[in-house]
Design a protein around this ligand. Structure first.
Ligand SMILES: [Fe+2]
Length: 272
């Protein structure tokens, strides 16, 4: 009897540990290293996607400290930073601090369009010093003089994706490493009409439920069940797609399972 009770307690303990691991929503860091002949110096890019106005400690310290620890050259804000349902304060606390310390580039996500105030959100981004990329691209130079081009398009909710993509595509220079920021990864075949070296997206939230090794995401908006581009790095012949699993926590009714919110660092390294 005593032994049976011990087994029961042990089984409960294991189950609780499993549950805690499955529902863990602590921020994690993910790094992708991409080597290219188009660079002479390393560039470090922090990617924040799908914050959805969620909170990461007092004054967003947890998130801001995680970014600072990576010493990025720039921050890419890949859409749905502001939520359409939650108050915006947490998003602006993070944005104001990030923009004070790093060059920041932003593209809109669907929830910012659903909020119905995309223009105001973009204006507020600009007031903090963030550059919204809406069918535009620009050369970005790091402190050590390495130049890349960063372009971006609005979410398809804008109705302007194709036109904006063409505008960004026209600016491509095959000798310069060029990044496209586009919120939705499922548009990858459309984006691949143009020779971007790297495409950065979010939106899929890691497919919400994952089973490590076996299942990289159960469901993602725009892709349905068993999404191809739920999160991670996808190397293709002509480009690399990086999909952030995003930072959404309390904004989502359905819990994340084995799918910790993530801050992504993209490390662009020269091939010597
Ligand atoms: Fe989204």
């Amino acid at each position: 009897m005593k032994r049976k009770a011990l087994y029961t307690v042990a089984a409960c303990g294991v189950f609780l540990l499993f549950l805690a691991a499955a529902l863990d929503t602590r921020l994690r860091m993910v790094t992708y290293e991409i080597s290219t002949e188009k660079l002479e110096q390393e560039i470090r890019l922090a990617v924040l996607a799908d914050l959805h106005s969620c909170a990461y400690g007092e004054d967003q310290r947890e998130l801001l400290d995680a970014v600072k620890a990576q010493s990025p050259d720039a921050v890419l804000l890949a859409g749905d930073i502001v939520d359409d349902m939650l108050p915006e304060e947490n998003a602006w606390t993070a944005i104001s601090a990030l923009a004070a310390d790093y060059p920041c580039f932003y593209v809109t996500g669907n929830h910012e369009w659903w909020a119905g105030e995309t223009e105001r959100i973009c204006r507020t981004m600009e007031q903090y010093g963030v550059i919204p990329l809406r069918g535009a691209s620009m050369c970005f130079s790091t402190a050590n003089g390495q130049v890349i081009r960063i372009g971006g398009v609005d979410d398809p909710e804008s109705g302007a994706l194709d036109a904006q993509l063409a505008q960004v595509g026209e600016t491509l220079d095959e000798n310069m490493f060029t990044i496209l920021m586009a919120h939705r990864p499922e548009g990858i075949e459309t984006y691949r009409q143009y020779a971007f070296d790297l495409i950065v997206s979010g939106h899929a939230h890691g497919g919400q439920w994952r089973i490590p090794v076996f299942l990289n995401g159960l469901y993602a908006p725009g892709q349905g069940f068993f999404p191809t581009y739920a999160g991670g790095r996808y190397d293709m012949n002509d480009t690399t797609l990086v999909v952030s699993r995003g930072l959404a926590r309390e904004s989502t009714k359905v819990p994340r399972i084995f799918n910790r919110p993530e801050l992504v660092l993209i490390q662009l390294t020269p091939i010597s």
